[in-house]
Design a protein around this ligand. Structure first.
Ligand code: BG6
Length: 445
């Protein structure tokens, strides 16, 4: 920890992500005794306000989202933050921002910005001349499509070294990711049956009861496909489908993930897009953008291991229940010794995200008739994570540990995967369905 950069510039410091996740993550690190001392955060935003006004907002966000952190930890964050108004499209403003950051030595520049603003920020930071050892942390979505992701990568590579860049996907910093890796690669039980020989389909679901929550500025025009599936859920797919890595160090894990992504093929005809009734009337929404709040896509992996197994990724907002899980459905047994009494689809391995839980479905003789079998579930709650995901993101970036950041080629491959779906949706080849708020989603899902 001692060689962590002790300085952070937070672009988008007045935004929703900063309020909901980044200040609370800093408080969690302070609570855990991991924040360097002294530590400086310079938050930038476009509006004019004093440090005091800004700190009041940070205080509110800590009160609302960092209730696990004690008073001292929150105080440390409040003491560390300052506000600096800046126009990110102006290189001079960015230079002034870098100049105003207190302290010395390397810094972390965290771009919690919409993708359209990344290029200006990257150029400005380069021109400002960052101290040696500084790093760039770039939020998702990395671009708006394949072409823009390629352009961003080219821009970054002209000015920075790939090793200085952290493309964030906070799902990779969730405990669940480690649970997938642990389940698959620390046990002998599953890997021999982890293929199309035994697995029928995989469903990766992230249904949220949350609706827009005042995030129209970011969400409208982005939509469920780009907000959730193109990055978070595709990352989970990679972890479920990849070949065993030799270690979790350096590029081992990322090489394996990229190799999965390269063989993923989308089937646009099997995609579903929908929005909840009333979405168009939400504040700040432009109905002409045709943003979906629910997306379900079916992907195929063209490899020996996965040929023929559909991977269904789905996520939606304003649904009836929070369902967040990876469900691996095994094929039925090859011969029904118990005849018609054998329950259908019994063997499902489920990893639930937050609260983390593992369950394995089996058919077993239980109570009742001697020769009857019925479905049972073996399940267990998994350990609560020590730190929230965004605190882990910051730890990885501070430490310069690239394992759980998205590599340049990975970011592009992920866009390549969803590109045919984006194209089909833009051409209206797939109808936009509607669903009721609080329902299970559109009728076809
Ligand atoms: C974010 C999305 O990346 O992930 C949100 O932009 C979504 O729309 C969120 O709600 C879900 O992740 P978490 O960690 O907040 O459950």
């Amino acid at each position: 920890m001692s060689d962590w950069p002790a300085r952070l510039i937070l672009f988008g410091g007045t935004g929703d992500l900063a309020a909901r996740s980044l200040y609370p993550a800093l408080a969690a690190l302070a609570e855990d005794g991991r924040l360097p001392d002294p530590f400086h955060v310079l938050a930038s935003g476009s509006r004019e306000q004093t440090d005091e006004e800004f700190r009041e907002r940070v205080q509110e966000s800590l009160d609302e989202h960092a209730d696990d952190a004690g008073d001292d930890a929150r105080r440390r964050v409040l003491d560390a933050v300052r506000y600096h108004q800046a126009d990110i499209s102006s290189a001079d403003d960015i230079a002034a921002l870098v100049e105003s950051l207190p302290g010395e030595g390397p810094l972390l520049a965290y771009l919690a910005l919409p993708p359209s603003m990344f290029a200006d920020a990257i150029r400005g930071l380069h021109d400002a001349g960052l101290p040696d050892g500084s790093r760039l942390v770039i939020e998702k979505p990395f671009g708006v499509d394949l072409e823009s992701a390629r352009d961003l990568n080219a821009l970054i590579h002209e000015r920075f070294d790939e090793s200085q860049v952290f493309r964030v996907d906070h799902f990779l910093a969730k405990q669940t990711v480690h649970n997938v890796l642990g389940l698959r690669f620390a046990n002998r039980l599953f890997e021999p049956v982890w293929s199309n020989q035994h697995i029928e389909r995989v469903e990766i679901t992230f249904d949220e009861t949350l609706a827009l929550e005042g995030r129209a500025g970011y969400y409208d025009g982005t939509g469920a496909l780009v907000d959730m599936l193109q990055n978070h859920l595709l990352q989970l797919l990679c972890l479920v489908a990849m070949d065993p890595p030799s270690s979790l160090e350096g590029d081992d894990l990322r090489d394996r993930k990229v190799s999965v992504l390269r063989s993923v093929r989308a089937v646009p005809e099997e995609s579903v897009r929908a929005r909840y009734e009333g979405y168009a009337d939400e504040e700040g929404v432009d109905p002409a953008l045709g943003t979906e709040t629910f997306a379900s896509i079916t992907l195929r992996i063209d490899s020996w291991r996965w040929a023929g197994v559909p991977f269904v990724l789905r996520s939606g907002k304003a649904l009836g229940e929070d369902r967040r899980e990876i469900a691996v459905h095994f094929k039925p047994v090859p011969h029904l010794a118990f005849g018609e009494r054998t329950p259908p689809d019994p063997n499902v391995v489920r990893l639930q995200l937050g609260p983390d839980r593992l369950s394995v479905g089996l058919s077993m003789n239980g109570d009742g008739e001697l020769f009857d079998v019925s479905p049972i579930e073996l399940d267990t709650d998994l350990r609560e994570p020590d730190l929230p995901a965004y605190a882990n993101v910051l730890v990885h970036a501070f430490e310069g540990n690239p394992t759980f950041s998205i590599r340049d080629d990975e970011a592009e491959e992920a866009w390549r995967v969803v590109e045919p779906i984006i194209t089909a949706w833009r051409a209206d080849e797939i109808p936009m369905l509607e669903y009721e708020v609080g329902s299970a989603g559109p009728a076809r899902r």
